[in-house]
Design a binder for this molecule. Structure first.
Ligand code: NCD
Length: 280
């Protein structure tokens, strides 16, 4: 659906609907692309700041949603710092609830836009190999990517230092390779992740310089992949830490294509929620 929206963007699928954004963690790309997606589909949008609302006075998240629903909100786009924060709430609401990232748990629409970007480059997912590199432990992007890519027949290799890429992740179905050179050899793509310092206690990495030495995607390391292999990053990039600027801005980078595809993927998600509402 997202790919077809590129050729034929619909304009009024969400006319008369109101999409509200509730983000209790920072966001640039996810929030702006959801907002753009809602506007492209003809919806009204209602911004809502958690810190300036009654959530700060102790109102529960559910009460807040019920009140906004009473005001006329039909779709909530929510980013929350707690893993699983939305799972119990969504069934209690008539409005659609879309996960825009919950703690270190999942970030489903990021996975969808990554898939769209990879499909445009790869054609098919079967038999391809992608390396997800960096702070896997704290990354909701890594988990959502793994679940989606495995379903489509892509081999997913997690790579990072042991504290950030523990063996437990094998149980989710990823291969683990701690040697970055070995991991990248012959890969069809690498998805580079930032160190999620805000979710870390002390001691996960000795220093940023040390991390960069061991795990930064440098031009020489990127060349170990297949000649046509691409570099993804969900953003925000910490240049010179997990990713060298020459690679971020180089010919393999599809990072801004990911951002542009984010609008299409999120239009598709809003449209599918709307279809679900109409059937209910
Ligand atoms: C990611 C997130 O918030 O999980 N960013 C994004 O949504 N584009 C990754 C990150 O913050 O590192």
């Amino acid at each position: 659906m997202a790919a077809s929206f590129k050729q034929n963007p619909p304009t009024d699928l969400l006319k008369g609907r109101t999409v509200s954004f509730l983000f209790s963690e920072p966001s640039t790309r996810t929030r702006s692309s959801f907002e753009m997606a809602a506007k492209r589909l003809g919806a009204d949008t209602l911004s809502f700041s958690a810190s300036g609302s009654s959530l700060a006075k102790g109102e529960t998240l559910l009460d807040t949603f019920l009140n906004l629903q009473a005001v006329g909100v039909t779709h909530f786009v929510v980013r929350h710092e707690r893993s699983g924060a939305l799972e119990d709430l969504a069934p209690l609401l008539k409005a659609s609830v879309i996960n825009a990232g919950d703690g270190a748990h999942e970030h489903p629409t990021q996975a969808l836009l990554d898939l769209l970007t990879l499909r445009e480059r790869w054609g098919s997912f079967k038999g391809k190999k992608i390396v997800i590199l960096g702070d896997i432990r704290h990354s909701r992007v890594a988990r959502s990517n793994l679940f989606a890519l495995k379903k489509l027949g892509t081999k997913v290799v997690f790579c990072g230092p042991t504290p950030l890429c523990p063996d437990d992740f094998k149980a989710l179905g990823a291969a683990i390779e701690r040697d970055i050179e070995k991991a990248l050899k012959g890969a069809d793509a690498v998805n580079v992740l930032r160190l999620q310092l805000e979710r870390m206690e002390q001691g996960f990495v000795p220093s940023l310089a040390d991390y960069a030495l061991g795990y930064q995607l440098t031009p020489a390391r990127a060349e170990l992949m297949k000649p046509e292999a691409v570099v993804l990053h969900p953003g925000p990039i910490n240049r010179g830490v997990e990713l060298a600027s020459e690679v971020a801005d180089g010919p393999r980078s599809v990072i801004l294509e990911q951002v542009a595809n984010g609008v299409l993927a999120r239009m598709a998600v809003l449209a599918l929620c709307e279809q679900g509402r109409s059937l209910a």
